[in-house]
Design a protein. Structure first.
Length: 333
């Protein structure tokens, strides 16, 4: 379940009446003392509150009704957890939050990890079971802060058409329609339709650190099959896919080209990973954490690999590992 670790996102649940909450954050040592940390709404990206770390701790207090899924940024690192009425304790060293809903999330995540670790399942069976569990988790929690998190991750995890998403939203609590993650899922569905197999490539431009403009069309549609890998340095499945691509490139040589597109990543971290992984093919690296390429192609999880034909027609997308190897072997015939 390659997207398992990266699918946990945060979503604000709109409230009609408010109750008090107190979030106590503890740090493992004094290295964060004096630093400003940010409590954010991951759905909108808005900062809800800031606090200064003193004596290895800080607190946030506010009002909420059913709670919301938040993300704390400390030292440049994100920590996702649920803010709910009452006391919430976030232990940075342990990487976990304690409260009734956070405890429920932790227990569910452990069960999902068992599915991820089940070697008797194929990748397709693994992902299907996880999607089913997301839907069930949403249905069991639609009236608390877990519900919109599970619902929107279900939308992003599976491939839905815009019409199918509208039908699901119609049956959800009315406030779900206002979530930005719902609109993001609908946009991804629209973009998947126009960048499906059989469609010509959609170009994009990315500014480079030296001021140059990098275009997908600089590499795709140039008379040769091109394998484009959308990846990030922090993504273990992305890093695991690199040696497989290197082996395929060594096997087929100049019969196809490879291009990397670094997304959702700090450019410096990308450049470091390129050296660590001994990546020799071109990689498009922007001046910021790129989201434009993945938005344009409706990509909801990485690694995501798209194979373009010599004229830029999309031949396949979403294949990795053996499936990608089989597809490339087929294209060589």
């Amino acid at each position: 379940m390659k997207r398992f670790a990266f699918i946990f996102t945060a979503l604000l649940l709109l409230a009609s009446c408010s109750k008090g909450y107190k979030v106590t954050v503890t740090f493992p040592d004094d290295s964060n003392n004096g630093e400003t940390v940010f409590l954010t709404n991951y759905d909108t990206g808005d900062t809800i509150a800031t606090a200064t770390v003193e004596n290895n701790a800080c607190t946030f207090e506010g009002k909420t009704d059913k709670g919301f899924f938040a993300r704390l940024y400390a030292g440049g690192n994100p920590y996702g957890f649920i803010v709910e009425p009452g006391d919430v304790k976030l232990d940075i060293a342990a990487g976990n939050a304690v409260s009734p809903l956070n405890d429920k999330m932790a227990a569910w995540s452990k069960e999902m990890q068992k599915i991820a670790d089940d070697t008797t399942l194929t990748d397709a069976e693994n992902e299907a079971r996880y999607a089913d569990e997301l839907l069930k988790f949403y249905q069991e929690n639609k009236d608390n802060a877990i519900g919109p998190w599970a619902f929107c991750n279900y939308l992003m995890y599976k491939e839905f058409s815009e019409e199918e998403i509208d039908a699901l939203v119609k049956d959800a609590p009315v406030e779900y329609a206002q979530l930005k993650r719902v609109e993001k899922a609908k946009n991804a569905a629209r973009q998947l339709k126009v960048t499906a197999e059989g469609q010509k490539f959609t170009d994009f431009e990315v500014p480079a650190a030296d001021g140059a403009v990098q275009k997908l069309s600089d590499f795709v549609g140039k008379g040769k099959i091109t394998v484009v890998d959308f990846w990030a340095s922090w993504c273990p499945p992305c890093r695991a896919e690199i040696p497989k691509l290197q082996a395929l490139k060594a096997k087929y040589g100049d019969k196809f080209d490879v291009l990397g597109v670094a997304v959702w990543d700090n450019p410096d971290d990308t450049r470091k990973a390129i050296e660590e992984l001994n990546i020799t093919w071109p990689v498009i690296v922007g001046t910021h954490k790129l989201t434009e390429p993945t938005d344009l192609y409706g990509i909801k999880g990485i690694p995501h690999i798209i194979v373009f034909g010599p004229d830029g027609t999309i031949l396949s997308r979403g294949l990795t590992g053996d499936d990608l190897a089989n597809k490339l072997a087929e294209l060589q015939k």
